[in-house]
Write a protein that binds this ligand. Structure first.
Ligand code: 6PG
Length: 235
């Protein structure tokens, strides 16, 4: 599938557009399959989106009891650490809405390989398909074109597994490209001037050294929601 790009003026507009897309996809998933399985990313960009999801406007709209929440990646830190991807989502929206099924990546564990294997087992149990098919995976990109915790030239990019423990910029856990590219919907939410060059490389030049370029589910849809600063260099 080709990328669908949604241009927004500001990070706030981009967060609203992302909430609307998530509502659309959760509604399709719940009516079609009775469940909405989403994987969340971290960093700072999703904060505005998470605050939207917990707001009056959306809190009453979503079928929260049908949501299963996973993560696309996590850092090797405790869940109450300021940099935890789980903590960002929990403090800004999961603690404010009645989602029951939350499957955290236990980044604080001493043996990350073991955690990666256990998360794979969890995915195997919860999903029907051998490669888990998420209804929606929320992703960001770094200025270097990384996404989730898949970094340029890293061996994890060629992994046959579903979850990898990676050592780079600290230790991390990440879903692999096999899982990202099995998704029904990928949602890249990108804002800020510092991402403009990577966005151009990925969307216009197709630079394959950038991991985010490699995310394009053949059976799914790939949306890019960009604010004006992140889209600045696109022709
Ligand atoms: C992480 C994220 C990562 C993030 C990008 C962008 O754990 O860091 O999952 O892939 O999406 O690094 O981060 P910002 O939103 O902070 O720019």
């Amino acid at each position: 599938m080709s990328d669908e790009i949604i241009f927004c003026a500001t990070p706030e507009d981009a967060a609203e557009a992302a909430a609307e897309l998530i509502f659309e996809k959760q509604t399709e998933a719940v009516s079609g399959r009775g469940v909405f399985r989403i994987a969340l990313s971290g960093g700072s960009t999703p904060k505005l989106l998470y605050q939207q999801l917990a707001s009056e406007e959306w809190r009453e709209e979503m079928s929260w009891d049908k949501w299963e929440v996973y993560w696309s990646d996590e850092r090797a830190i405790p869940p109450d650490h300021p940099d935890s991807n789980y903590r960002l989502a929990h403090s800004t929206f999961l603690s404010k809405v009645p989602v029951q099924k939350i499957f955290r990546m236990e980044g604080e564990a001493a043996d990350l390989e073991q955690v990666a294997r256990e998360y794979e087992e969890l995915l195997q149990e919860n999903f029907d398909e051998p490669i888990p098919v998420f209804d929606l995976i929320l992703l960001g990109i770094g200025a270097d074109g990384h996404t989730a915790s898949l970094f340029p030239n890293h061996a994890a990019l060629n992994s046959e597994k579903r979850v990898e423990a990676v050592e780079l910029k600290g230790e991390r856990l990440t879903l692999t490209l096999r899982v990202l590219n099995a998704a029904r919907t990928i949602l890249f939410l990108v804002s800020g001037e510092e991402k403009a060059q990577a966005v151009k490389e990925i969307l216009e030049l197709g630079t394959r050294q950038l991991p985010a370029t490699l995310v394009n589910p053949p059976e799914g849809e790939c949306f890019w929601i960009l604010d004006a600063a992140a889209a600045r260099l696109l022709e």
